[in-house]
Ligand binder design. Sequence first.
Ligand SMILES: NC(=O)c1ccc[n+]([C@@H]2O[C@H](COP(=O)([O-])OP(=O)(O)OC[C@H]3O[C@@H](n4cnc5c(N)ncnc54)[C@H](OP(=O)(O)O)[C@@H]3O)[C@@H](O)[C@H]2O)c1
Length: 366
Amino acid sequence: MKRRTFLAATAAVGLSSQSTWAQATKATKPLRILILGGTRFIGLHMAEYALSRGHSLTFFNRGRTKTDRLPQIERILGDRNGQLEGLATGSWDAVIDNSGYVPRHVTLTGELLKARANRYLFISSISAYASLATPNDERSPVGKLADPSTETVDGATYGPLKAACETAAERSFGAARTIVLRPGLIVGPEDNTDRFTYWPARAARGGDMLAPGQPTDPIQVIDARDLAAFAVLALEQQLAGTFNIVSASGQFNMGQLIQASITAASKLAKPAQPAKPIWRSAEFLEKQNVAPWSDMPVWVPPVGDGAGFAATSTDRARRAGLTIRSLEVTARDTLAWHLQRPLKEQQELKAGLSAERETTVLNAKT
Ligand SMILES: NC(=O)c1ccc[n+]([C@@H]2O[C@H](COP(=O)([O-])OP(=O)(O)OC[C@H]3O[C@@H](n4cnc5c(N)ncnc54)[C@H](OP(=O)(O)O)[C@@H]3O)[C@@H](O)[C@H]2O)c1
């Protein structure tokens, strides 16, 4: 692939209206950062924050996703699946790998760049842990692949593949130059999964709103902008090692998420009838075939295999400077972003219950 550069006339062109970084102070030392996959969701937030700190950026991707965003950033076109010619030259202070899902891809970029970049930051996931039945910290065992050669990314392999990618990054760059971030559910404006978005979007419709489990059921999320700020901080401070990146255990619960969504909706969408949560137990929802996480996004009942899911330790990241914004701010900004999406995207969310299904469940005998 040929290297293609797109330089914009002004540094401000393409910054999203959701940018909250206008007031960011400049870093003491500007860094040259290569982002592998920068044009979707978390990459956009990382890029905007890094720019606001005075860093210079290069994106490496195939040129398919959101090609109109951040046009002032240099682009190198290629494919992680072996088309890396565009990365044959150039040097960077740091690489942020947002788009690594199989270890072969991470090894390809790790080996190619280890002599021309100082640090490799790999975005992994808390799904890397072997079990979510008990709370995890960074020393907990990670999952292992039944077939180490598989490159099929699905519900069973996603986590162990991420763990194998972490190892691949460390093998190339060495532990002292590798940062592994393990985010929990990433939320906020630009989220293409619609999981957190479902709640403020649902509250915006108003009326009786199905709410899962108990208001006290714990949740953990990370606003993509807080993840972005920590990633850039980790590079600026030349951190190394593994960090869980999510809100603190016990910080947020489902009742607070629902309330933050209703508050955001009352300000931004002003439904004729404000949304009113109707709480239904995990047992009732199971009987109605309402699935945690996909039908009732963000929520995982805190029992059995999921007992530790929303209790991940973040002590290490918090000591290193991770900050978490409030659910009110995330819900408000997510709804503001959602309400300006194309109508089709607003109406066809990828997660949560349809209005019809929700009504059926609400009308079912308890
Ligand atoms: N969403 C969550 O809740 C969550 C939670 C924990 C961890 N994570 C991790 O967060 C990361 C980021 O996710 P995301 O949704 O923001 O982005 P993503 O979907 O992983 O990556 C999209 C970016 O990568 C580029 N890309 C995709 N395939 C490519 C390829 N074969 N070669 C080169 N570039 C490629 C895309 O541009 P082109 O299409 O133009 O190539 C785009 O810029 C992932 O590593 C995911 O595992 C997500």
